[in-house]
Design a protein around this ligand. Structure first.
Ligand code: GLN
Length: 549
């Protein structure tokens, strides 16, 4: 097995995750079984209890793992579904070492941080690679070199390299700032310091990815090579790009896969980025645009945070738009505005489609409900995700079924008409204040009913027949449609297009006589891939492109 570690230099947020995913993608295209692992240096056991404004989106895997959004990039780039084996944090590593110690698995020995913690990390990497039957495992180490938080993970690289000298390489993704009027005078000194930092823990980078606004010129590459002691050709240009899906193509311009394969003594079996290049062509040469509004609560700290909190939703919109060769124009709409200003809601007409995504807490919900009502009545293509389904049910209950005070137990604890309620097994968790990893999480089946928009959408995706069929989608929520109201809502015309039969829970709702109104209790956005857009997003965007403007 071969190991590639991706570390970050100078500062965080330079796209280590996309770099790791891109490297993995390129090596996959050269014919290897590749998997990717993310290591986060924080003490949280998983990302589940972290506020999205703090950490960005919480991504969810099939097995229910709540993890970092980079895992989403790995799945999207590699077109594969990963498991919790591919994700670890400082907290989770310590937790298993502590549990093993308590179970006497270290035979009564004193358990030292080194080597126990790095050994546990290496063990986990090996297990994940085995599980995925990978020949190459790309492991991204969160944080930046020089911080003490990720030292033990760097120690793991060192230990592994000592043992398997020829099978381990380290990639440093480093920021190259620029000065001067045009911002083109690239400065390499911070990267030199980052390399020295790595050197001080016994690691020499094999490849440096120079992240900058523009491509690195030959002179800068040579300077980094010389000052940091790298072989010729091992400094790769990583300029800013319009779309993250261009990154693998860009890296290959500097022959990154040849460099890596040579270092790992591997012979390429193929070279196939054809489909991927087709994707990039669709991104760069669209035929028209599609304008989508996302109604959320405004976090007040700028677009960056919003973008990071809903990254999978954004990517899913993009995948579907690229499929139809449209340029996606995505705008954030502040739900709060519709609460105060009834007239403002008319701005929804300007969009080809509206999404109400997932969320927690009751801020902004009345505005979102207004937006849903507007989309239903004015036949604006609408996709509701998780909370988006719950609010769609509340809207219908209030405005069509006449239950004026319909709400969710999440918003009103002693609600008289909780059309969205908490189920028995979740009540226990809330009572025990047991919040970590206890929601309805991960993959659950959903039976899709014939004659619905969803049935049509999924049919080709899973190659199903005419009758009802079962799909599997990922979940992350505590509240559900209250079955006590189901009969009444159906009588009033609500279409229940998908249910989980085992638990008897509503999974998808639709409205009749509407070009596209679909809301799901699950999160389809976690399973959309650039080359395989999710069917619900695909049909949503298709309907959006047909909306008269
Ligand atoms: N807050 C809702 C729940 O817990 C919806 C969650 C979500 O949108 N992910 O059920």
């Amino acid at each position: 097995m071969k190991y590639i570690f991706v570390t970050g230099g100078v500062m965080s947020g330079v796209g280590k995750g996309v770099a790791a995913a891109s490297i993995a993608k390129i090596l996959q295209s050269r014919g290897f079984g590749v998997t990717a692992i993310k290591i986060d240096p924080y003490v949280n056991v998983d990302a589940g209890t972290m506020n999205p404004t703090e950490h960005g989106e919480v991504f969810v895997l099939d097995d229910g793992m709540e993890c970092d959004q980079d895992m989403g990039n790995y799945e999207r780039f590699l077109d594969t579904s990963l498991s919790s084996a591919n994700y670890m944090t400082t907290g989770s590593v310590y937790l298993s070492v502590i549990n093993k110690e308590r179970a006497m698995e270290y035979g009564g020995k004193q358990v030292e941080v080194v080597p126990r913690i790095p050994l546990e990390v290496i063990d986990r990497i090996n297990k994940a690679a085995k599980k995925e039957k990978a020949e190459i495992v790309v492991t991204e180490i969160g944080g930046t070199v020089g911080e003490y938080e990720n030292l033990l993970f760097l120690e793991a690289i060192k230990m592994l390299k000592l043992k398997h000298h020829k099978d381990v390489i380290t990639v440093l993704v480093s920021y190259i700032p620029s000065l001067g009027a045009g911002g083109t005078e690239l400065k390499t000194k911070p990267t030199q310091h980052a390399v020295r930092n790595l050197n001080s823990v016994g690691i020499q980078p094999d490849i440096i990815l120079g992240r900058a606004g523009v491509p690195l010129d030959q002179k800068r590459k040579e300077k980094i090579q010389f000052m940091c002691g790298l072989e010729e050709g091992d400094v790769i240009s990583a300029p800013n790009v319009e779309s993250i899906y261009e990154v693998p193509i860009n890296f290959e311009k500097d022959n990154i896969s040849d460099r890596i394969l040579k270092k790992l003594s591997l012979k390429a079996k193929s070279r196939d980025l054809k489909e991927w290049r087709g994707l990039v062509d669709a991104i760069q040469n669209p035929e028209g645009e599609v304008k989508i509004g996302i109604v959320g609560k405004y976090f007040g700290s700028g677009d960056f945070i919003l973008t990071d909190s809903y990254i999978s939703v954004l990517e899913s919109i993009k995948h579907a738009s690229y499929f139809w060769r449209k340029k996606p124009v995505i705008e954030w709409l502040d739900a709060g505005a519709y609460e105060k200003d009834q007239k403002g809601i008319k701005e929804l007409d300007k969009y080809d489609g509206i999404i109400v995504p997932g969320g927690f807490g009751n801020r902004g919900i009345e505005g979102k409900i207004k937006a849903i009502e507007y989309c239903r009545k004015n036949k604006i293509p609408f996709l509701g995700l998780c909370l988006g389904l719950q609010l769609s049910v509340i809207e219908f209950a209030r405005n069509v079924a006449g239950i004026k005070d319909a709400t969710s137990r999440e918003f009103v604890k002693n609600a008289k008409n909780p059309v969205i309620d908490v189920i028995e097994e979740q009540k226990k968790m809330l009572k025990q204040k047991n919040y970590g990893g206890t929601m309805r999480l991960g993959a659950y089946d959903c039976e899709v009913q014939p004659g619905t928009i969803s049935h049509k959408a999924y049919k080709d995706w899973i190659k199903a027949g005419k009758g009802p069929y079962t799909i599997s989608e990922r979940h992350r929520h505590r509240y559900e449609v209250n079955n006590d109201y189901r009969k009444l809502l159906e009588e009033k015309g609500l279409i229940i297009a998908g249910i989980n039969k085992k638990k008897n829970l509503v999974e998808i709702i639709e409205h009749n006589g509407h070009p596209f109104f679909v809301a799901t209790q699950f999160h389809p956005e976690f399973k959309s891939r650039p080359l395989k857009p999710h069917p619900l997003f695909k049909e949503f965007i298709s309907a959006a492109t047909k909306k008269p403007r």
